[in-house]
Design a protein around this ligand. Structure first.
Ligand SMILES: [Mn+2]
Length: 430
């Protein structure tokens, strides 16, 4: 039995008060879904099994390019971060794994493994960092890493990625996510083709170091920190990379890494169709890589992404098994609260997508009934699935209302007393 951080009595007390209303809401929704030919318990079962990984860097205050305003009780190191992640999973029962960033989270892998398993947590994809310079680093990444003009710098970046794989092997991770900040700020600064060629050559060495049962995720991003050109700037380039590297290489879609108004759900569909969808960094954005909470700006877009995912799941696309991770930065909210709600938002989009009448949708598509086709999606999206999500949490030992229980437990005040404020910190936005 794994340890819990929030006392069971507090969770129980809050759940007991909310349970009668939840049961009524669940029964009422069950009846309405039944009329649509949907068994509510089957949807709840699927939601219970749905998991999304927490990024270790997400539990600290991220800040922006301009300033960082540290919150109370911020994690001092990866072990504090693991405790915060344990709280998120205890209350939501949706986040059983943590995604680490090296070197930010560097520590004895065996100690890390122990610390996580105390709370029943595992490790998701490892993330390498060649977009900033570590304190004792020999060569700088100021002008790039895996695509750097200098062979020594590229070698150093390759070695770092291989080290991430080594650490991940001990932790039980099964994937490496690579995002680089390489690119240029001015026209003419970089030769596009040569830089991409150097990147591919370096990534081939990283790929060669992957264990047989691992996956390699490459993450594209349109701009920032490079503001003129980025080596891995879009899903097309990302697809070329995955194709070039081999069967264990897949594309990772960070929802905030596209131009405004780009049809992300169609990108997802294309990557599924050509067996190169590796997974997601869920977040939301209004303008750029805003790293806002999942579903906070455009929940319909999140739903439309899940429409594609559920379509693939139900049609049994071979090898379809995308990784789900959050990737957010929190400047004005308690990171634990934001991450709990984001995990729930991702689950919500999944549950809503499970309610789509796919037979009817297909008939409307084939019959060119645009109005009814789009209404079929809306009917599922408009359904308030909260009782399903809450019941899934209650059944698995979580909180009916995670934020309310978290606040009642006074966790933030408790850790604020135990963890002295840190200067600087190791947050980041990727
Ligand atoms: Mn990301």
């Amino acid at each position: 039995m794994s340890e819990t951080i929030i006392s069971a009595e507090i969770v129980e007390k809050d759940n007991t008060a909310r349970k009668p209303d939840l049961e009524r809401d669940y029964a009422s929704l069950g009846e309405r879904l039944d009329r649509r030919g949907i068994a509510i318990d089957a949807v709840r079962d699927k939601v219970e099994k749905f998991a999304v990984a927490i990024p270790s860097w997400g539990v600290g205050t991220g800040g922006t390019r301009f300033a960082r305003f540290p919150g109370a009780g911020e994690p001092r190191d990866i072990f504090d971060k693991i405790e915060d992640c344990a709280v998120i999973n205890q209350l939501t029962q949706a986040t059983p794994t943590v995604s680490l960033h090296i070197p930010w989270d560097k520590a004895d892998p065996n100690r890390l493994k122990q610390a996580a398993s105390r709370f029943g947590l595992g490790f998701d994809a490892m993330n390498s960092n060649t977009f900033s310079d570590a304190r004792d680093q020999k060569l700088s990444y100021k002008f790039g890493s895996l695509s750097h003009a200098d062979a020594g710098t590229r070698r150093q970046a390759v070695e770092h990625n291989l080290e991430c794989i080594e650490i991940g092997k001990t932790l039980g991770s099964k994937a490496l996510t690579v995002w680089i900040g390489d690119g240029s700020n001015f026209p003419g600064q970089v030769n596009f083709a040569k830089a991409f060629e150097r990147y591919l050559d370096a990534m081939k060495e990283v790929y060669a170091g992957l264990p047989a049962d691992w996956k390699l995720f490459t993450e594209h991003k349109m701009y920032e920190p490079a503001f003129y050109s980025t080596v891995v700037q879009d899903w097309g380039t990302n697809y070329l990379i995955a194709k070039e590297l081999g069967d264990k290489a897949f594309c990772l879609v960070d929802l905030g890494h596209h131009a405004p108004n780009v049809n992300i759900e169609m990108i997802v569909s294309r990557l599924i169709q050509f067996k190169k969808l590796g997974g997601f960094h869920f977040n939301d954005s209004k303008y750029g890589d805003d790293d806002l909470d999942a579903g906070s700006i455009d929940p319909y877009r999140l739903f439309l992404v899940f429409n594609e995912l559920v379509d693939a799941e139900l049609s049994g696309v071979e090898g379809f098994d995308p990784a789900h991770m959050l990737d957010q930065s929190h400047n004005v909210t308690d990171p634990i609260e934001s991450l709990m709600l984001s995990a729930v938002e991702v689950q919500r989009a999944y549950a809503q997508a499970l309610l789509i009448d796919r037979k009817a949708l297909e008939a409307f598509q084939d019959g060119n009934d645009a109005l009814m086709a789009t209404q079929t999606l809306k009917a599922a999206y408009r359904t308030d699935v909260e009782p399903i999500l809450a019941m899934a949490r209650l059944k698995t030992g979580g909180a009916i209302d995670p934020v309310a229980t978290y606040r009642a437990a006074g966790y933030r005040a408790k850790v604020a007393a135990e963890r002295p404020a840190v200067v600087g910190g190791s947050g980041g936005i990727v």
